[in-house]
Design a protein around this ligand. Structure first.
Ligand code: SAM
Length: 179
C-alpha cells in the first residue's frame, strides 16, 4: 500500500502551523508521505523531518510545483485519488469501496483556500467528513482512521529515539536507540 497526502496551497508563515499539523496527522495515522504545493518552505520540511527523526517511522515530506501535472501522473500510473471536501459524498457511503483501495496507490488531497474545479473533476472520489465546514486536519484524521480501521495509529516504530510509556496519570517517556 502507498498512502500519500497532497496538501494544496501552502503559504509561507501563515500556514506553517496548519501544514505541520497535517504532516503530523498524516504520519500518526498511517500515511507514508506528505506532498505539498503552494510556496516551498524549508522550515516546514525541517520541522517535519525533525519529528520523524525523533519519533521514528519512514515518513517523508516533499514539494511539487505543479499540482495538476502531479495528479495527472498519479492517475496515469493507475493510482486512485480521493479529494476531501464538505461538498462530496459522505465517507460512510464509500468506506467499503475505499478500504479495498488500500492495497493500491492512494492519494488523498486536502485543500486550504478555495479548491479549483478541476481537482473535483480529476478526483476519483470527492469525500465529505460530514457536510459542515471544519478543518483539513480533522478531515484527514477521521478519513485515515476510518479507512485503516483505527489500526495505523497504534503502529510502533523501531527506529524511534523516544517512546511514550502510557499511564493513567502523569507523563513518562523512554529514550531508545542510544549507545
Ligand atoms: N470549502 C471547503 C471544502 O470544500 O471542504 C472548506 C475549506 S476548509 C478551510 C479547507 C479544507 O479542509 C478543505 O479543502 C477540505 O480538504 C477540508 N475540509 C473541511 N471541511 C471538510 C469536510 N466537512 N469534509 C471533508 N473535508 C473537509
Amino acid at each position: 500500500m502507498t498512502l500519500v497526502i497532497l496538501r494544496l496551497f501552502h503559504r509561507l508563515m501563515r500556514d506553517k502551523r496548519m501544514s505541520t499539523h497535517i504532516a503530523l496527522t498524516a504520519r500518526a495515522f498511517g500515511a507514508k508521505q506528505l506532498i505539498y504545493t503552494g510556496s516551498r518552505d524549508s522550515s516546514l520540511e525541517e520541522s517535519v523531518d525533525r519529528i520523524t527523526e525523533e519519533w521514528g517511522g519512514n515518513f517523508h515530506i516533499s514539494y511539487v510545483e505543479n499540482k495538476l501535472s502531479f495528479i495527472k501522473k498519479w492517475k496515469q500510473k493507475g493510482g486512485t485519488i480521493v479529494h476531501l471536501t464538505m461538498f462530496g459524498i459522505e465517507l460512510g457511503n464509500k468506506i467499503v469501496e475505499l478500504k479495498q483501495k488500500l492495497n493500491e496507490n492512494l492519494l488523498v488531497i486536502v485543500g486550504g483556500t478555495k479548491v479549483p474545479g478541476d481537482i473535483y473533476q480529476l478526483a476519483d472520489y470527492n469525500i465529505a467528513i460530514g457536510h459542515q465546514p471544519h478543518s483539513e486536519v480533522a478531515a484527514l484524521a477521521v478519513f485515515l482512521d476510518q479507512i485503516t480501521a483505527g489500526e495505523a495509529r497504534k503502529e510502533k516504530h523501531s527506529n524511534a529515539n523516544v517512546e511514550i510509556i502510557p499511564m493513567e496519570r502523569g507523563k513518562s517517556t523512554k529514550q531508545k536507540n542510544k549507545e
